[in-house]
Design a protein around this ligand. Sequence first.
Ligand code: WTA
Length: 648
Amino acid sequence: MEKIEAVLKEERVFYPSEAFRQKARINQLQEYETLYKESLEQPEAFWGRVAGELHWFQPWQKVLEWNPPNAKWFIGGKLNLSYNCLDRHLETRGNKAAILFEGEPGDSRILTYQQLHREVCKFANVLKSLGVQKGDRVTIYLPMIPEAAIAMLACVRIGAVHSVVFGGFSASALADRINDAQAKVLITADGGYRRGGVVPLKANSDEALADTKSIQHVVVVKRTGQEVPMQAGRDHWYHELMADASAVCPAEPMDAEDPLFILYTSGSTGKPKGVLHTTGGYSVYTYLTTRYIFDLQENDTYFCTADVGWITGHSYVVYGLLQNGATTLMYEGAPNFPNEGRIWSIIEKYRVNILYTAPTAIRAFMKWGEEWPRKYNLESLRLLGSVGEPINPEAWLWYYRVIGQERCPIVDTWWQTETGGIMITTLPGVHPMKPGHAGKPFFGVKPEIVDSSGQAVTNPDEGGHLIIERPWPSMLRTVWGDPERFERQYFSQYPGRYFTGDGAKRDADGYYMILGRVDDVLNVSGHRLGTMEIESALVAHPAVAEAAVVGRPDPIKGEGIVAFVTLKSGHNPSPELAQELKAHVVKMIGAIARPDEIRITDALPKTRSGKIMRRLLRQVAAGEEIKGDTSTLEDRAVVERLKASSPH
Ligand code: WTA
């Protein structure tokens, strides 16, 4: 638990306003408690009732089968998530906006449910015409444009398994993900706009395809309009294929446990894991969490700033919202383009009611100054959300005061790629808020805090490992192609219980405070990065002998990346080499993994058994005094030399 840091003390409790409470979907504590109790004691009744609000081609026979670590939900049921996102609303909400799109250059588009349905059906037919069949994998590497949602829904419609790769990942990271999933088709764009520049997605794709064999066709959306080479037979323009496609494409009835999508995320080994979600449970859980946690009302406009390349974009930009027939806003670009008021100008322009963003963004907004949000009318906002990392009370209070104008409740939502949906949060019309505490478990979720032997920690405010005791509908089902890793990673530390990798504590009121990762995973600007992943990238450089990567506290990013490297003989430390190593990591993984600091040193601190002492490196990286036991160090002089190494 050494990584757990003290969080600023903030004792104040904030209550939802009476005005908010009165209109909220759930506004009685008693109602939450009754439903929560039922969800744990009679999960079959509870989840069966929720699932019944969606459309099924065939009803399930049994709600849950649990043979740890394997859960099956809604056994025998058949449904299609694209049907529940689109067809189900055509009669009552056909002309309602499903997607509001704002491009970085200022272009905008609105797709009604009717129009989105039509585009999805057409693109589903395009995929079929390229030979995509149920169960095939399709990689999506697009900017935040409506075609990303269209492509996801089109895959889902025909039962193809999508794997969305964040547009900020490099060619090499894209190739790894294509290869692991053995994807048949790649959907990309010529480029995407970012901070006034163009991200060369097609060029990256071409580079990735040189290292992959499985891709048979590439579909290219024209977004930025720059020249891109098109390989005859392999590459096709999206608009050309769509021109001739039929708009009739019935949704494929999928088994509740059929694979829905794969999403790669970092773990404590060098290779990202393909987290697999399946159809029924994921649909039901994202439908319900969206409805209650964001207190969705029929006329709300909802804006989540996450990219569809992350789980937040899957569950709370696209699927949870559309299943509820809501209006979801997609913004393509950077929050500070053309200036630091962009997010607030979007909120004013579309009269956004619900904003969901990350602490790292909030801290950047704070740095840019209150004058930016003050220039715009934010009165439409009703509810605010936070996700991705612990929110420090200072950022919470700023968000509450400056953006929410002390009128909007904040939901601090804890969850993971693996959990599929939000697990711990307050319900905005019910629970008082405590800055820095995510809050209470959502329906069906039974968290526990345990010590390393698996014993529940019973003292309030005592830290431990956060585990989840029972299966919940949107739990990951496996790691793609590696069921053994699935079991080892999540269910072996505390047999039969899901280990989150996070530390947490619970106060006397049952509120959970998340303390951050306890494994070798960094959280940089709300993005998960494995230290081993960055280390593998570094040692792939010809000059590097060994690398050890650690996090250090960063006022904006939450955590910054510091890499300690030793060089192979014949190579000498220099500022130029340090720059080259940073660029190398960007090339191997993407800009999100660029080390903030490289420290070239002549040795790494190791124990006599050869294990790198990361604790020491973290202290050196943070500029702290070396504390704790160093007696197991093989060579104590290393510490002094490390401290003397100059940071680049
Ligand atoms: C962290 C993002 C504190 C946590 C949805 C988790 C949080 C990891 C919160 C998952 C929060 C996410 N408070 N920490 N509200 N939300 N985290 O898979 O460490 O990208 O394990 O999913 O982010 O990151 P992932």
